[in-house]
Design a protein around this ligand. Structure first.
Ligand SMILES: [Ca+2]
Ligand SMILES: [Ca+2]
Ligand SMILES: [Ca+2]
Length: 174
């Protein structure tokens, strides 16, 4: 994994044994790819990995611990807003562009990197860059499921029903 040393508790929760006791990994950045919903294989664009700064670069703002301030980068990490769409944002900065929790060590925290405008879609369950039949397939898999952090629970009320489908349809082909 790219972020081995920056692995957060939240990410750890995404890795669990299912009923067949195989391990499933969802919404993680995995080097060389890994089957599982929402996984990506992308340069995480850490601020300064060599010096232990695993904040994700962002054109909308990244917390810079040395200067204790938000700075703007020239690039944006694909891990931003690529976390499980059904998980609450936790303490991430409140902002109209921030639709989903970030992958990475600072996802769900007050110093999570900020989201540029028109970045990822809420309904893009597969984490490519379009909402299409592949996302619908994933959505249908979770239909009427209950519980925390279900990827298709787009309004995050711990059940997947028509209100989530309405949100999904609004993002179709986005
Ligand atoms: Ca976010
Ligand atoms: Ca998609
Ligand atoms: Ca729901």
């Amino acid at each position: 994994m790219y972020h081995q040393t920056g692995l957060s508790k939240r990410e750890g929760r995404e890795i669990h044994a299912d009923s067949s006791s195989s391990v499933s990994v969802k919404y993680c950045n995995v080097e060389d790819g890994q089957t599982g919903v929402g996984n990506i294989d992308s340069d995480p664009c850490f601020a300064d990995k060599n010096n232990g700064d695993y904040h994700l670069k962002s054109q909308a703002g990244r917390w810079e611990p040395a200067g204790q301030s938000w700075v703007i980068d020239a690039a944006t990490s694909h891990c931003i807003d690529a976390g499980n769409p059904g998980c609450p944002l936790g303490s991430e900065p409140i902002d109209v562009n921030n639709l989903r929790i970030n992958m990475g060590a600072y996802g769900g925290t007050a110093i999570a990197s900020k989201t540029p405008a028109n970045w990822r879609s809420l309904a893009n369950l597969t984490n490519d860059w379009i909402v299409d039949a592949n996302d619908l397939k994933v959505f249908v898999n979770y239909w009427l499921k209950n519980g925390e952090c279900i990827p298709a629970d787009l309004n995050r009320n711990e059940k997947v029903d028509f209100s989530d489908f309405t949100a999904f349809a609004e993002d179709w082909r986005w």
